[in-house]
Design a protein around this ligand. Structure first.
Ligand code: 26V
Length: 812
């Protein structure tokens, strides 16, 4: 606790305002209050931070480093206050000084240093590691610009730069003294040293200075404070050093060099739907891997242990294939700098590295062009070649003459370096992120690898931190749970299961209903402030928020809404429970189909929201700039959670878990972690529909699906698809949605939108029916909350810790 009581907090805070800003409290703005408070919290955390590091060093504790190109951490003020146990005191104290903490939290920029699920998972993991007392840290990039800010203009997505650092960042500490140099380009010279050993010397390289910015990750016991270390790229000031042996010292060349160096940590790549072989992205990846490893080895050196002890003291985890270069880069450091032989280095590297796969979409697989890797990273490429040569030789020993297998499994093949293959071969653990996903990896996508390395594959179902997603985002629900089952669940989220006892308790049901209504009112006010439209809090809030991807099928959702609208137009007295459909989604800037779908949602929204015949039965809102902070407002207010990806495509999903924890009921396919939700909830507490993963994969393999048959055979489908093409019902320009129409019919509907349409429509009718029975609905909602503890990232992290990293919590 930072402040033992409210009065002391008020006094300390008021003093700080005066001391630091030189103005009286009455003149302090919201931004002033945020900055001063943030600084006070960081200072306090600083003491525990130093103590944590001292303790880790003194005990020679094994450290885990989670390498990730993305950490979507969200705002930190509220969560830090929560984890430090100061939230109530600060809230009350500020209130008496004339400020609302909720407003002060809004002053904090929301760092968008991630695209979606993968980056947010890394952030939940950071919180769980610190909260459970593990020595686990993040290694990432301090992007100057986060994911673009989305504006909707005339229904179209417009992207604006997200300069989140404009007003500074109170949480970070620049650690100039911990900088390291990263080398690009140049050539490798081979020589023999005095003892006859081959030595490799990197010449004529370009040097980039990596400067770390550390953010304290404050655990829920307040005492464990781990580190998220984000690297920033800077130029080296002496041109001679910058270009190594290169002569060029002319000033223009230097400025050019400076610009190109700084571009490395300039922006986050905003397209998580398909891989592109962009040089700058490869630079980012190597920059992070090399800087992170150098700093880890420096820390290890201070222990004074032999390098053979490295795997007992350090674990390296790679979040998808983006940081796979840690494998050859660590080989390089151990061999070229620490003078270790190949076999020993390889043994050490593979015992240290573990890898998580986050997608089976083949368009997202990273395959770097050989010439690009060879030129940018000449020594690292040599090492990759050697890894590949030794591994291919081993393959042929095990499977003599099996050229087909070699072609599938090689690391370098044709003109490409396949990063997933390198990650599997160079690590001791490969995990999927939900049971179904891991099954698909083992049985299909990575079958040959599973056959060769059967002990390597394992599942770690994703999780979410209940601290951000329940305690912080839904304080009223938190209070109600505390009053009902006590407070132990906060440190043991599995104990939420104790709520099951109350699922039929009429008074508890009513209280759950009241909390939901309060959250809906809050969201309704937010929507009203943005859209200028009143939202009916008694309607069903039906929500789909996530990145816009064809496989996530926002299209299925909006086509269903068009169908509902058509039904109402045909029979305005139709008896349905009023629905408010809420969307939030960013499309990658170059993903044209996704952008069309956003436009379609907005066009349908405009038509429906302004049609008198609809008479309040349907409302549709597309909330712009979906982000972590917006998610915290939306999710607690949802009645229905849309998790409707084409089965087999969503590796896990984590939004599904957040909604469940906040009492929404899911309409979903048997995909990702939905399958495990269903295992606990059964058919009564979840609304399933659509093809199974097996059916989908069978269609892909054997054919037999004809989207046009459905268009011709189902009048409802024909009606909505024709409306995409005809100016009239929804659109002003008939050409607007031609691309969508063609993707469904001429391209035979890759994601089975039409195939699943009928079953989706029926399932929504069921939801309408279920909602009318309020006690039954609330009972289901309680059962969902009760089971959601299973998806706490605390459980997930405990499994990574014991089954992959071999670490235990550190007592402080
Ligand atoms: C891929 C790429 C491709 C190159 C450019 C930048 C970029 C950035 C991110 C990605 C990763 C996409 C994979 C991903 O986010 N997967 C999601 O991971 C979640 C956490 O495991 C999981 O819940 C989602 O189902 C899965 O789609």
């Amino acid at each position: 606790m930072l402040f033992t009581d409210k009065e002391r907090f008020k006094a300390a805070f008021t003093d700080k305002i005066v001391d630091q800003l030189g103005k009286p409290l009455e003149e302090a703005s919201g931004a002033d209050v945020f900055n001063i408070l943030g600084n006070m919290v960081r200072e306090q955390a600083g003491r525990n931070w130093a103590e944590t590091n001292r303790r880790y060093r003194q005990g020679q504790e094994k450290q885990v480093y989670y390498f990730s190109m993305e950490f979507l951490i969200g705002r930190l003020l509220g969560n830090n206050l929560l984890n430090m146990g100061d939230l109530e005191v600060v809230r009350d104290g500020l209130e008496e000084l004339g400020f609302r903490l909720d407003d002060i939290e809004e002053e904090e920029p929301d760092p968008g240093l991630g695209n979606g699920g993968l980056g947010r998972l890394a952030a939940c993991f950071m919180d769980s590691l610190a909260s459970l007392g593990y020595a686990g840290h993040g290694c990432g990039i301090r992007y100057k610009y986060g994911l673009f800010e989305q504006k909707i203009v005339d229904g179209y997505q417009v992207e604006l730069p997200d300069y989140w650092l404009q007003k500074g960042n109170v949480w970070e500490v620049r650690r100039e003294d911990k900088s390291v140099d990263v080398k690009f380009w140049g050539r490798v010279e081979t020589d023999v040293d005095s003892s006859g050993e081959l030595v490799f010397e990197h010449k004529d390289y370009e040097t980039v200075r990596a400067v770390p910015y550390d953010i304290p990750i404050i655990g829920a016991d307040e005492r464990h404070v781990n580190t998220l270390r984000n690297w920033s790229a800077e130029s080296v000031m002496q041109p001679s050093k910058a270009f190594g042996m290169r002569a060029g010292s002319d000033y223009h060349k230097f400025l050019e060099y400076k610009r190109s160096v700084e571009s490395i940590s300039e922006f986050l790549y905003p397209d998580d739907s398909r891989y592109e072989g962009k040089l700058l992205r490869l630079k980012q990846q190597y920059f992070m891997c090399s800087a992170g490893l150098q700093s880890i080895l420096r820390t290890f050196d201070k222990l004074g242990l032999p390098y053979t002890a490295l795997p007992d003291k350090v674990a390296l985890h790679i979040n998808d294939t983006h940081p796979t270069l840690v494998i050859p880069e660590l080989m390089r450091l151990l061999m070229d700098e620490k003078k270790m032989g190949w076999d020993q280095a390889w043994d050490i590297v593979t015992r240290m590295v573990s890898y998580t796969n986050h997608t089976i979409l083949s368009e997202a697989l990273e395959k770097w062009p050989v010439p690009m890797v060879r030129e940018l990273l000449p020594r690292v490429f040599q090492i990759i070649e050697e890894i590949n040569a030794r591994y291919c030789a081993e393959l042929l020993r095990r499977y003599p003459g099996d050229e087909g297998r070699l072609a599938d499994m090689a690391i370098i093949y044709g003109d490409q370096v396949r990063m997933a293959n390198l990650a599997i071969v160079g690590s001791h653990s490969v995990n999927g992120v939900a049971a179904l996903h891991t099954e698909i990896l083992r049985k299909r996508e990575m079958r040959l690898f599973d056959e060769m390395f059967p002990d390597r594959f394992n599942n770690k179902t994703n999780g979410i931190t209940h601290r951000r997603w329940l305690l912080h985002a839904n304080p009223q629900l938190k209070d109600l749970i505390d009053d009902t089952i006590g407070t132990r669940w906060k440190t043991h989220p599995q104990e939420l299961i104790g709520l099951i006892k109350y699922c039929e308790d009429a008074s508890f049901q009513e209280k759950i209903g009241e909390v939901k209504r309060a959250n809906k009112l809050r969201l309704a006010q937010y929507i009203e402030s943005r859209h200028g439209v009143k939202v009916n809090p008694d309607s069903i809030f039906d929500v789909q928020v996530k990145r816009l991807h064809a496989y996530k099928r926002q299209l299925l959702n909006i086509l269903h809404i068009m169908h509902l609208y058509n039904q109402i137009k045909a029979a305005p007295s139709m008896d349905i429970v009023p629905r408010t459909f809420i969307f939030g989604a960013k499309a990658a800037p170059s993903y044209h189909l996704a952008k069309r779908i956003i436009k379609l949602i907005n066009t349908v929204a405009h038509t429906v929201n302004n049609d008198k015949d609809v008479n309040g039965k349907l409302q549709i809102f597309f909330l712009e700039n979906y982000s972590v902070s917006l998610a915290e407002k939306i999710i607690p207010a949802a009645d229905v959670s849309e998790q409707i990806s084409t089965a087999s495509k969503e590796a896990s999903g984590t939004g599904n878990m957040k909604f469940m924890m906040n009492g929404a009921l899911t309409i979903g396919t048997m995909d990702g972690a939905n399958v495990e939700m269903h295992e606990m909830l059964g058919n009564e507490n979840m609304f399933l529909f659509g093809l199974s993963a097996e059916q989908v994969l069978d269609y892909y393999q054997h054919g037999g699906y004809y989207a046009r048959d459905i268009y011709n055979g189902d009048g409802r489908v024909k009606e909505v698809l024709d409306q995409l093409m005809n100016p009239g019902a929804f659109c002003c320009d008939g050409q607007d949605f031609g691309q969508i129409f063609h993707s469904l019919l001429d391209n035979n509907d890759e994601f089975f939108v039409l195939k699943d349409f009928a079953s989706y429509v029926e399932t929504h009718v069921e939801i309408d029916r279920a909602y009318r029975n309020r006690p039954e609905w609330l009972k289901k909602s309680i059962i969902n909350i009760a089971h959601s503890g299973k998806f706490s990232s605390d459980s997930t992290i405990s499994r990574y810790a014991s089954e992959i990293w071999n670490i235990r919590p550190v007592e402080l």
